[in-house]
Design a binder for this molecule. Structure first.
Ligand SMILES: Nc1ncnc2c1ncn2[C@@H]1O[C@H](COP(=O)(O)OP(=O)(O)OP(=O)(O)O)[C@@H](O)[C@H]1O
Length: 286
């Protein structure tokens, strides 16, 4: 892949004062965020925190009405096609076609993303191999298990050899073994290519284990940022400073999440739209 000289000096993603409003709802409220090249960055937060809206702005699927978003130095407002060429995106909703085989699905993405015709067949096989779907590639996607569908969607996003892979809830609705499988494949590709990964998840154990850094979003903004261990130790220190026992176990990332989201959690989560989208994803992989 060719790289602009300018690309080299920039973070993978920079959001500055990003704001997005749906009618009366401020979904993203002045988001400042930087994701370094090569990082696995986890965007966490309760339902309705604004994660998907922010991601849709970064992928150029939503315009940026206020603030700025840059991907490897390219402005999503002025340089939309350059940004799109740099990223692969696995949305929350199903992006594979059940009526096509695994191989046909990946080939379709290769065409859409303008992978040069003479490289296409090899790149499709490479992407299928990366997610361990070579054997099943000739079967209709409708016969795949939930974990296989997710890996297929990963192959679709990888076929264009993106420098930035964005995944919105990649493991939702999957059993623990399938979840681990998805992460192992992400990590293998990342180790081989140095690709940057931006991921949203509600699974704090996954964020703790697989993310280099996490940002906890609430009310459209980042409220806590750091490596998982920094955030956990920070909460441990605050608890001790407030008179908690000195020998208390290290708080989990879920404890940090609860502290950040606070009592707002119950009010903000579980809206009809949120439940519907989670169920839709869970049903199709079930
Ligand atoms: N198309 C839309 N129309 C109106 N409001 C929307 C729309 N999409 C999102 N919202 C609202 O914007 C806010 C942020 O939603 P968003 O989907 O970005 O949150 P999220 O953090 O991704 O949530 P989840 O974890 O449930 O996916 C919520 O209050 C949501 O109800």
């Amino acid at each position: 892949m060719t790289r602009d000289a300018a690309d080299e000096q920039h973070d993978a993603v920079t959001c500055t004062g990003l704001t997005y409003t749906f009618g009366e709802t401020k979904a993203v409220a002045g988001l400042d965020l930087s994701v370094g090249e090569g990082e696995v960055f986890g965007l966490l937060g309760p339902n309705g925190a604004g994660k998907t809206t922010a991601i849709r702005c970064i992928t150029t699927l939503l315009p940026v009405p206020a603030g700025m978003v840059h991907v490897f130095g390219h402005d999503t407002a002025g340089d939309r096609m350059a940004v799109r060429r740099l990223l692969g995106y696995v949305p929350q909703q199903l992006s594979a076609d059940a009526g096509l085989t695994g191989r046909e699905n990946v080939a379709l993405f290769a065409r859409v993303f303008d992978v040069p015709r003479r490289e296409r067949a090899a790149r499709v096989e490479q992407a299928l191999t990366a997610v361990d779907l070579t054997e099943a590639a000739g079967r209709l996607a409708s016969t795949y298990s939930g974990g296989m569908v997710r890996r297929l969607e990963l192959a679709q996003a990888l076929v264009s050899a993106p420098r930035l892979l964005i995944l919105d809830e990649p493991t939702i609705g999957l059993d623990p073994i399938a979840r681990t499988g998805v992460w192992e494949h992400i990590n293998a590709v990342r180790a081989a290519t140095g690709m940057t990964v931006l991921v949203t998840t509600h699974y704090m154990d996954e964020a703790d284990q697989y993310c280099d850094r996490v940002g906890l979003m609430h009310g459209g903004r980042i409220r806590a940022l750091g490596t998982p261990i920094q955030l956990r130790e920070g909460l441990g220190e605050r608890r001790r400073a407030e008179g908690g026992p000195a020998d208390a176990p290290l708080p989990t990332l879920e404890d940090v999440f609860r502290e950040v989201a606070g009592s707002g959690l119950d009010d903000q989560s579980g809206g009809f739209r949120d439940v519907r989208s989670t169920r839709r994803t869970a049903n199709r992989v079930g």
